[in-house]
Design a binder for this molecule. Structure first.
Ligand code: KIV
Ligand code: ZN
Length: 508
């Protein structure tokens, strides 16, 4: 009988970060790694160490701090890549190396210009080399789903013989279909003689929108590890979404008879965290974690749900951690105890001194805004986290604009304990504000992207601004929320600059 446990291998920090424009900073990566550990992920692929000194440092940083999940780094079948992973994951309590090498004839002919025999020799050599230095080895024949079956079976048998403990079968270009991919996995389980010595893994891209369906078909075919990302981010159209795969296995336990270690109540929170770190907004209709995933609009549906929830709901929103936005949670007269309790309900526990600061910010917000929702509280805490180690902070902002006057903004920032002010005009108040901040910091800053959305409902809702900026040529993402959108814009810009400054310090 096959094992009924499916290992969850998260690659948000590696394949996810390969999504165009999804660069994350080292602090954000560590914060996400902690959240993945809390979520119960078995393996965290933290990066591709040889690809850049920054990636190496990030993988090492994750390896130093993560204790429960296994920390993995990616390598090509090249000694210098393997050495880089071994060095980067050294501090981890549980570690793995993930070696990949293309096997399809398209890749062999046009990309690698090597014969099948040469590819087998490279794979064997690299797995043997790694196995002498580490016990936990994963091997991926890149573009496996388009690889000739007999060659796929041959290379898998060889790498397992040399010590690979997991064999991952990537549908690298998202070309496969569920029936076909399920058969590829079943074929491997039935035709590779020593397959019982390794865990078979799925890794499906979403180019045809089939990433999750293919992954599930692979699991039904015998795979016991799924590679996936939060919100389905990844190269091109993305990777298979973890929350969709895990909730499918859980909701359809009756069909799959399989389980994972994932604490699903963490999904909503980590989804927002990844969205904020990458600047990729979660579409409202996204399964499991989209804003509309559990909202019923039609009267017939609402009536049905009120009579019996199961008429139109196949999952309980609480099981994926969707916060309640229906009722008013806290207001101006709420006390510190109620505030602490509500945060606890959201899975946020702060040390007393941070709690005091967060409570003061909550009172401040409650003065401006009648109704405080869970999302407002999460925004307060997150904003505060960003303020903990800042180079610049906004001390004051005066903005004047109108239909017949040129927008003018005076910004005052606090830097190294001193206040500095700058007045600027611009094409609009946000442009004027950004010009003032650039002049104050004396840094070369280019705004690449600007987005604003309301965090909660109502005209007094918190506006959350996300900016993507190039500071001295380095892309960073900044975010901030406020009831005043010019203030949120200024704080988001300053947040991005602070991240740049923090990254520079880390490199010294
Ligand atoms: O999609 C892919 O083939 C990959 C490999 C590196 C596993 O991401
Ligand atoms: Zn991939």
């Amino acid at each position: 009988m096959k094992n009924d446990k499916v290992f969850v291998f998260d690659t948000t920090l590696r394949d996810g970060e390969q999504a165009p424009g999804a660069t994350m900073g080292p602090e954000e990566k560590l914060e996400i790694a902690f959240a993945l550990e809390r979520l119960g992920v078995d393996i965290i692929e933290a990066g591709f160490p040889v690809s850049s000194p920054g990636d190496f440092a990030s993988v090492q940083n994750v390896a130093r701090h993560i204790k429960d999940s296994c920390v993995c780094g990616l390598a090509r079948s090249i000694v210098k890549d393997i050495d880089a992973v071994i060095e980067a994951v050294k501090p981890a309590k549980h570690k793995r190396i993930h070696i990949f090498l293309a096997t399809s004839s398209i890749h062999l002919q046009h990309k690698l210009r090597k014969s099948q025999d040469e590819i087998v020799a490279m794979a064997v050599e690299s797995v043997k080399y790694a196995r002498k230095r580490m016990d936990n080895i994963e091997f991926s024949p890149e573009d496996a789903s388009r690889t000739e079956k007999s060659f796929l079976y041959r290379i898998l048998e060889e790498v397992i013989r040399c010590g690979a403990t997991t064999v991952n079968i990537p549908d690298t270009v998202g070309y496969s279909t569920p029936e076909e991919y399920g058969a590829v996995i079943a074929g491997i389980c039935n035709n590779v003689p020593n397959i019982g010595k390794a865990v078979v893994s799925v890794h499906c891209h979403d180019d045809l929108g089939l990433g999750v369906a293919n992954s599930l078909a692979g699991v039904a075919g015998g795979a016991r590890q799924v590679e996936c990302t939060i919100n389905g981010i990844g190269e091109r159209a993305g990777n298979a979404s973890m929350e969709e795969i895990v909730m499918s296995l859980r909701t359809r336990q009756d069909f799959y008879h399989l389980s994972t270690n994932i604490k699903t109540k963490e999904f909503y929170r980590i989804s927002r965290m990844v969205s904020k770190a990458t600047g990729f907004i979660v579409p409202p209709n996204k399964a499991i974690v989209g804003a509309n995933a559990f909202r019923h609009e039609s009267g017939i549906h609402q009536d049905g749900v009120l009579k019996e929830r199961r008429t139109y709901e196949i999952m309980d929103p609480e099981d994926v951690g969707v916060p309640s936005t229906e009722g008013l949670v806290l207001g101006k007269h709420s006390g510190r105890h109620a505030f602490k309790d509500r945060l606890k309900g959201l899975g946020i526990e702060l040390p007393e001194v941070d709690l005091d600061k967060a409570f003061a910010r909550f009172k401040d917000l409650a003065d401006k805004k009648k109704e405080i929702y869970d999302e407002d509280l999460a925004a307060i805490v997150e904003d505060q986290g960003h303020m903990a180690h800042v180079a610049y902070s906004l001390a004051d902002l005066i903005s004047t604009s109108g239909t017949n006057i040129a927008p003018e903004v005076t910004v005052t920032v606090l830097y190294k304990g001193k206040k500095r002010s700058q007045r600027s005009t611009g094409d609009g108040p946000v442009d004027a504000c950004y010009k003032a901040i650039e002049a104050l910091t004396k840094l070369k800053i280019k705004l690449l992207d600007y987005g604003i959305k309301s965090v909660t409902q109502g005209k007094d809702a918190l506006g959350e601004v996300t900016v993507k900026v190039a500071v001295e040529g380095e892309t960073v993402i900044g975010r901030a929320a406020s009831t005043d959108i010019i203030e949120a814009s200024a704080k988001a810009y300053i947040n991005a600059i602070n991240k740049y400054v923090a990254q520079q310090k880390l490199r010294k």
